[in-house]
Design a protein around this ligand. Structure first.
Ligand code: GRF
Length: 216
């Protein structure tokens, strides 16, 4: 059984996709042991509660300083000790101490095809605004392991989404979530739960990987 902690900040549609995939068997042998948010008002917390999942909230602004928040955040995760930490729209920069303690056990969903439109400052709608500004014809989403850098860890899965002439950042964001994020994030968790993902020389390798079958 893979115990996962899902870290969120907002609406939680990716969390919902994970909950649904566990319920309908698309993710096997996995349990969400905790949903963490840095934002008390995140609707993601309601989604978790509706499914009887334990929630935890730590708000950085309520701590004396960032380092006190980071320590509490670290203690919380270490005491829960999940097999995998899933960043699903989590806007908190994960402190190095946590990345080190959970090395190879943290994944993130990013709404672009890394290495395009990623790194510091590329979050939320900004990612899509930049893609439209550049005039790219295709964007998408990436699930990757988290390392000490920003969006630099080994890439597990990517799925492209075509850009339309009439797209706005909002329509593109929505289509990337529907067509890519809500599919590849649960898929990556299932592959990890089945022990099919390993990292070699900085690359994530999936046993029996066939993108046409998997992502069709
Ligand atoms: C998603 O686009 C995700 O890729 C990004 O933030 C958004 C979160 O959406 N990091 P939600 O909270 O899962 O609905």
């Amino acid at each position: 059984m893979l115990n996962i902690a899902v870290l969120v900040s907002g609406g939680g549609t990716n969390l919902q996709a994970i909950i649904d995939a566990i319920d309908n068997g698309k993710i096997s042998d996995t349990k969400i042991c905790m949903v963490f948010s840095n934002n008390r008002n995140a609707y993601a917390l309601e989604r978790a509660k509706k499914h009887g999942i334990k929630t935890e909230v730590l708000v950085p602004a309520e701590f004396e300083n960032r380092s006190a928040f980071n320590d509490a955040f670290y203690e919380l995760l270490v005491s829960e000790n999940p097999d995998l930490i899933v960043l699903a729209g989590c806007l908190v920069v994960i402190p190095e101490k946590i990345v080190k303690a959970f090395s190879g056990r943290i994944i993130n969903i990013h709404p672009s095809l890394i290495p395009s439109f990623c790194g510091t400052g590329y979050y939320g709608l900004k990612v899509h605004e930049k893609a439209l500004e550049r005039g790219v014809k295709v964007s998408g989403a990436t699930v990757h392991f988290v390392d000490e850098g920003t969006d630099t860890g080994p890439i597990i899965l990517q799925k492209p989404v075509m850009i339309r002439d009439d797209d706005t950042a909002k329509t593109l964001q929505q289509r990337i979530m529907e067509q890519a994020e809500w599919k590849i994030l649960p898929m990556a968790i299932d592959l990890i739960a089945k022990g099919k993902v390993r990292v070699e020389n900085g690359h994530a390798i999936i046993d029996g990987y066939d993108p046409d079958v998997l992502l069709g």
